[in-house]
Design a protein around this ligand. Structure first.
Ligand code: HMG
Ligand code: MG
Length: 304
C-alpha cells in the first residue's frame, strides 16, 4: 500500500488547543504563539474562534488576536464561525477560511451549538453562501465521527449523511473529527472510506484528539485509507468544552516526528514547533503533552 509523499498539517493549537483553558490567556501570548507557528512553516493555522463569549470565554480575544498576528503570504488563517454573527466578525478580522462545525451526533449538536443537526445546516447555509460570495475558503468539521460522549456509538452512515449535507453547502474541505479520542484504526478505515464515498478523499481531513492514546495509530490508518490532511495541536494542547474529559488534539511535534521518520513531506520545521510548544507550555505552567517535543527539548539540554 502506498502512502502519500506529502501531507498538509493544519495547526489547531491556538483555537482548539487554547479554547478550554480556564485562566484567561492574554491576546499577546496567543499572537506570539501564532507568529511562532507561522515562522515554523504551517500553510494553515486555525487561529481563533468567533463564537459566543458566554459559551467559550477564552476565545473572546479573537478580534485582537487576528489584528495582532504577523501574516505570511500564502498562509491560511482559519477561524470558527457557527453563524452569521461569527461570520461578520471573522470577515472584519480578515480571516482567510471560515470553519463551520457540525456533528454526526444529535446529542452533541445540541450541547455544542444549541441546535439540532438539521437546524445547524440551515444556519451554516447563510455562512457558506457569504463565505463564497467573498471568495474565501469554507471548511467544515464533523464532530463525534467515531463516538459521542452523550450518545455513545455513531454509525459511519451518520457521518456520511452530514458529510453529504456539508458538501452540498460548497465546503472546500471537511474534517472528520474524533472529538473524544475513542477511535481505533479499523473504525478509522471504515469511517474514512464511507465518508470518501460522499466527498473527495484528498479534501477530507483527520482531526484526532488523543484522549485514549490512539491518535498516531489513527493517523497511520488514515494515511493507509488515503487521507493526506491532518489536524494537530502544538504541545498537545486542548480539549473540547462540551465533551467532558476530552483531552487535546494529537501533538503536532509527534505527528511531525512520525511523518519525518516515514519520509513524508510536511514543509514544517519540527525544531521550531518544539520551541513554540515549550513557549506556550511554559506560559501555561505545565509540561508539554508531546512525547517527541519533550524528548527533543530534553536532548537539547543534555548536549548543552
Ligand atoms: P445560542 O445561545 O443558541 O445563540 O448559541 P443565540 O443566537 O440565541 O445567541 C445567544 C447570545 O450569544 C446572544 O447574546 C448573541 O448575540 C450571542 P445576548 O443577546 O445573550 O447578549 N452570540 C454570539 N456572540 C459572539 N459571536 C457569535 C455569537 N452568536 C451568538 N458568533 C452558538 C449558539 C452557536 C452561538 C453557541 O452555542 C456557541 O457559541 N457555541 C460555542 C461552541 C464552541 O465554540 N464549541 C467549541 C468549538 S467546536 C470543537 O471544538 C470541535 C472541533 O474541534 C472538532 C472536534 O474535535 O469535534 C471543531
Ligand atoms: Mg477538536
Amino acid at each position: 500500500m502506498s502512502l502519500p509523499a506529502k501531507v498538509k498539517i493544519v495547526e489547531v493549537g491556538p483555537r482548539d488547543g487554547l479554547q478550554n483553558e480556564k485562566e484567561t490567556i492574554a491576546a499577546e501570548i496567543k499572537i506570539e504563539l501564532v507568529n511562532r507557528l507561522t515562522q515554523a512553516g504551517f500553510v494553515n493555522i486555525e487561529a481563533a474562534s468567533f463564537v459566543s463569549p458566554k459559551w467559550v470565554p477564552q476565545m473572546a480575544t479573537s478580534t485582537d488576536v487576528m489584528a495582532g498576528i504577523v501574516r505570511k503570504p500564502g498562509v491560511v488563517y482559519s477561524v470558527l464561525t457557527p453563524n452569521m454573527k461569527g461570520f461578520d466578525a471573522a470577515l472584519a478580522a480578515g480571516a482567510d477560511e471560515m470553519v463551520i462545525f457540525g456533528s454526526a451526533s444529535e446529542a452533541f449538536s445540541q450541547k455544542n451549538i444549541n441546535c439540532s443537526i438539521a437546524e445547524s445546516i440551515e444556519r451554516f447555509r447563510d455562512v457558506a453562501q457569504a463565505t463564497k460570495q467573498h471568495g474565501l475558503r469554507l471548511r467544515a468539521a464533523v464532530s463525534c465521527s467515531f463516538g459521542c460522549p452523550y450518545q455513545g456509538d455513531v454509525p459511519p452512515d451518520s457521518v456520511a449523511d452530514v458529510v453529504q449535507r456539508l458538501r452540498d453547502l460548497g465546503c472546500d474541505e471537511i474534517d472528520i473529527a474524533d472529538t473524544i479520542g475513542v477511535a481505533t484504526p479499523n473504525k478509522v478505515h471504515a469511517v474514512m472510506r464511507r465518508a470518501a464515498k460522499e466527498f473527495p478523499i484528498d479534501r477530507l481531513s483527520g482531526h484526532f484528539h488523543d484522549t485514549y492514546g490512539q491518535a498516531l495509530a489513527n493517523i497511520y490508518a488514515s494515511l493507509e485509507a488515503g487521507i493526506s490532511i491532518f489536524h494537530s495541536s502544538v504541545a498537545g494542547l486542548g480539549g473540547c468544552p462540551y465533551a467532558k474529559g476530552a483531552t487535546g488534539n494529537v501533538a503536532t511535534e509527534d505527528v511531525l516526528y512520525l511523518m519525518q521518520g516515514m519520509g513524508i513531506e510536511t514543509g514544517i520545521d519540527l525544531n521550531a514547533v518544539v520551541d513554540a510548544g515549550q513557549f506556550i507550555s511554559q506560559h501555561l505552567g505545565r509540561k508539554a503533552v508531546s512525547r517527541a517535543g519533550n524528548a527533543i527539548a530534553a536532548k537539547r539540554i543534555s548536549v548543552q
